[in-house]
Design a binder for this molecule. Structure first.
Ligand SMILES: [Zn+2]
Length: 263
């Protein structure tokens, strides 16, 4: 009997040890699982910013493509209109160039979210002048100031009131590779032209930091621009104005980056 008891006791002890080992094994598995979860978490945290910056790169490229299409449309328009860009009067360039780009989403930068101004007008869903838009055309104010003011005050005031019937002649651009024709605008404004004579639109109307590391409205990152020679380039914040004011065509304004308000 004694022997049987002792065998039973040994058997029980052996079972407890196995149970304890199994428990230890289960606990170790749990730790392993937690470690794996933690590693996955760290990897995801490392990958997510890369993914979001890849998404922003794709949006910036789509924006560049929009500007290329608009720039081509502008050349086609000028070819049909004695070499002039659209006049600064209604209907605006979005409508005048329409037959050469024919797609409202081309007017919107994919990074420009939520929907930029103007808000789509339900009464005019197909009117390009009222479609959500991210871009401005150069108003070429310095050229018109230099050519219209000498003619008399009524011509210049017609221009400022969006009544001057003629557009900017492409041939008056002497450095097309370094002259901006389209740029990005602030999401919240309706403005159609980049004008200097009003209140220097560069501060409140043009958006100089839509893309890259810049936070909207900050002085980092940059925006996309279409140029007179047909190229489309990304410029860092401030490069559109300094050292040369790339929105201007006259020597006086190109080299005068600290722009005084026009009278
Ligand atoms: Zn853009």
């Amino acid at each position: 009997m004694e022997g049987a008891v002792s065998i039973q006791t040994r058997a029980t002890k052996g079972g407890q040890r196995r149970l304890a080992r199994a428990r230890a094994r289960a606990a170790f598995n749990l730790i392993e699982l937690l470690v794996v979860i933690a590693i996955i978490g760290i990897l995801a945290a490392m990958l997510l910013p890369t993914l979001s910056s890849a998404k922003e790169s794709a949006r910036r490229i789509a924006c560049i493509n929009n500007l290329k299409q608009l720039r081509i449309a502008l050349s086609m328009y000028a070819d049909e209109n004695d070499g002039q860009f659209p006049p600064r009067s209604r209907p605006y360039w979005m409508t005048r160039l329409w037959q050469h780009y024919e797609s409202l989403p081309v007017l919107k930068c994919p990074t420009d979210n939520p929907e930029p101004s103007p808000k789509a007008d339900p009464a005019k869903p197909d009117d390009p002048d009222f479609a959500p838009r991210s871009y401005l055309i150069n108003g070429f104010n310095d050229y018109f100031e230099a050519t219209l003011k000498p003619l008399g005050s009524s011509q210049w005031s017609d221009f400022t009131q969006h009544k001057w019937p003629f557009g900017f002649p492409e041939s008056a651009m002497r450095q097309p590779a370094d002259t901006i024709v389209f740029g990005e605008k602030n999401s919240d404004v309706f403005h159609v032209h980049m004008d200097f004579y009003q209140n220097n639109d560069i501060n409140g109307i043009a958006e100089q930091s839509r893309h890259g590391t810049g936070v909207k409205g900050s002085r980092s990152g940059g925006s996309d621009y279409a140029f007179g020679d047909g190229s489309v380039r990304f410029l860092r914040f401030g490069q559109a104005l300094s050292p040369i004011n790339l929105w201007a065509v006259t020597d006086l304004w190109r080299t005068n980056a600290a722009l005084p308000p026009m009278q």
